[in-house]
Ligand binder design. Structure first.
Ligand SMILES: [Zn+2]
Length: 289
């Protein structure tokens, strides 16, 4: 693998952090400079009475763009379909509009995207997943892509969950003393708050409800029993959401993900304070500079 001087990475003038808004000569130059590329992975899945089907796409794509703007990276077009919605973590497959892939299709899709980026010359890739059920499948895709292109010096960071833990103050702000577990944080407090912060135009907040499955055992059952599935598709308390909570949680999630990418690819010296580049409105497609 050729050695590249990463210290100049942030000075590289990317017109846009969106890979698909650039031309192929610009992509060739970015790949030549070893710019890391983030691949957001989500789902097209029901999110209760009040959130759009694209919730799990908006969130990792916005997260990827924020991190990319801070660090001078690129974001590939998101993968908008995910693995089967499971009743205990997504409400299940029975809701109109949910469009899911089988595990083997998802693995093949993500693997092909990673391999194509590698064929374009990119060596440092980040799979940034939001949809809970995609975990493991995205890891498998990264594994297979690397195996396929073993001679090319790939390094793929697999972020299966962007927020496995948040700081105590943020958890208090979001949940008080009543944290139900991340598996039921589907169309509930965090996702609703984040969407109110990022895309209030897509949130029908007056339709938000508190709901939960009548039974939530620590195992799954196929075919899904009706009592595993809340009628609304919201798995916990969406009425506790607010844009203010979303803003607080978002800031922490963005800075943690950006810091993790930065550390993994040594984009800043280890231990150095993390300095965001020019701040820009969340959730909008704006140029890198
Ligand atoms: Zn979601």
């Amino acid at each position: 693998m050729p050695s590249v001087d990463h210290s100049e990475l942030k000075e590289f003038d990317l017109r846009s952090v969106r890979l698909d808004e650039l031309t192929w000569p610009e992509i060739r130059e970015a790949a030549g400079r070893d710019v890391p590329v983030i691949v957001p992975v989500g789902s097209t899945e029901q999110h209760g009475y009040h959130l759009p089907l694209c919730t799990d796409v908006v969130l990792p794509e916005s997260l990827g763009r924020e991190a990319a703007r801070m660090l001078g990276l690129l974001v590939a077009p998101p993968i908008a379909y995910g693995y089967r919605s499971r009743p205990l973590s997504g409400g299940g497959e029975g809701f109109p509009g949910t469009i899911s892939l089988s595990g083997r299709t998802l693995i093949a899709l993500v693997e092909d995207v990673l391999a194509a980026l590698a064929q374009s010359g990119f060596r440092r890739l980040v799979v940034l997943n939001w949809h809970f059920e995609n975990s493991n499948f995205v890891y498998e895709a990264a594994w297979c892509a690397n195996e396929r292109l073993a001679a090319q010096g790939l390094r793929i960071m697999v972020v299966e969950a962007a927020f496995s833990e948040l700081s105590e103050p943020v958890m208090q702000t979001l949940f008080g003393d009543e944290f139900p577990g991340w598996d039921v944080e589907h169309a509930a407090v965090l996702e609703t708050s984040l969407m109110q912060h990022l895309r209030p135009d897509l949130v029908l907040i007056d339709r938000a409800v508190d709901d939960e499955a009548r039974r939530h055992p620590p195992y799954d059952v196929v075919p899904p029993p009706a009592e595993f599935i809340p009628e609304s598709g919201t798995l916990w308390k969406a009425t506790r959401a607010s844009a203010e909570k979303g803003a607080i949680a978002w800031e922490e999630i963005v800075s943690r993900v950006a810091a993790a990418i930065s550390a993994e690819f040594e984009l800043v010296s280890p231990g150095a304070p993390f300095q965001p580049r020019a701040a820009s409105p969340a959730g909008e497609a704006v140029a890198a500079r």
